[in-house]
Design a protein around this ligand. Structure first.
Ligand SMILES: Cc1cn([C@H]2C[C@H](O)[C@@H](COP(=O)(O)OP(=O)(O)O[C@H]3O[C@@H](C)C(=O)[C@@H](O)[C@H]3O)O2)c(=O)[nH]c1=O
Length: 185
């Protein structure tokens, strides 16, 4: 199990070991001790999400839930390949408004830990791409929010992604008030 801090140090790239044999492989996709050992406040995951996107260039994001329903997410790719992004939106954070991204694929087995107080989004790089993520808070429709995908200077590697109607109408980052405070989430 390899754990790397990225340019936003609270966002972790986790690569679980794969034990290969003639049948295929075995991997511990989640082990409570690993994030604890990496210094993350021990998350309690209460919901697992799984979505599939048919086409290349489908972008879901950038999403969050407001406190007290803020979610940390441990994200991995179950099939295909995607580019996963986290943005620090904790007011008062030294890295406020900065983003980091990582390619997650079935092949590389990598996971991204996106803490509470960060926007999350991804774009698919293969057809029929599946994403699976563990969440530290339940879904709460009233707390659901987002920021427009192209208002933060993120290099998604694509100019015209396919968005949901909801995501097309999200506010630009400059016109949005963050509900998160540095040190409070
Ligand atoms: C997120 C979510 C959605 N839903 C429902 C609401 C709606 O009818 C349908 C699709 O919802 P959405 O369009 O919001 O799905 P999607 O655009 O895939 O939203 C997700 O995007 C990624 C980037 C995240 O980080 C997630 O937290 C979540 O916001 O599923 C749930 O029942 N539970 C959930 O936890």
């Amino acid at each position: 199990m390899k754990i790397e801090a990225l340019t936003l140090p609270e966002v972790l790239l986790i690569t679980p070991a794969r034990h290969g044999d003639a049948r295929g492989f075995f991997s511990e996709s989640w082990n409570q001790k690993t994030l604890q050992n990496a210094g993350v406040n021990l998350p309690v995951f209460v919901q697992d999400n799984h979505s599939m996107s048919h086409k290349v260039g489908i972008l879901r994001g950038l999403h969050y839930q407001s406190p007290p329903f803020a979610q940390g997410k441990l994200v991995r790719c179950g099939r295909g390949c995607l580019f996963d992004v986290a943005v620090d939106v904790r007011t008062g954070s030294p890295t406020y408004g900065k983003w980091v991204g990582a390619e997650l694929s079935y092949e590389n087995g990598r996971q991204l830990w996106v803490p509470p107080g960060f926007l999350h989004g991804f774009v698919t790089r293969t057809p029929d791409t599946e994403i699976i993520y563990k969440c530290t808070a339940h879904y709460d429709r009233e707390s659901d929010g987002g920021v427009l995908w192209n208002s933060l200077g993120i290099d998604w590697g694509i100019d015209n992604p396919i968005l949901s109607e909801k995501d097309e109408k999200l506010p630009e980052f400059a016109n949005w008030a963050s509900p998160f405070q540095f040190g409070a989430v």
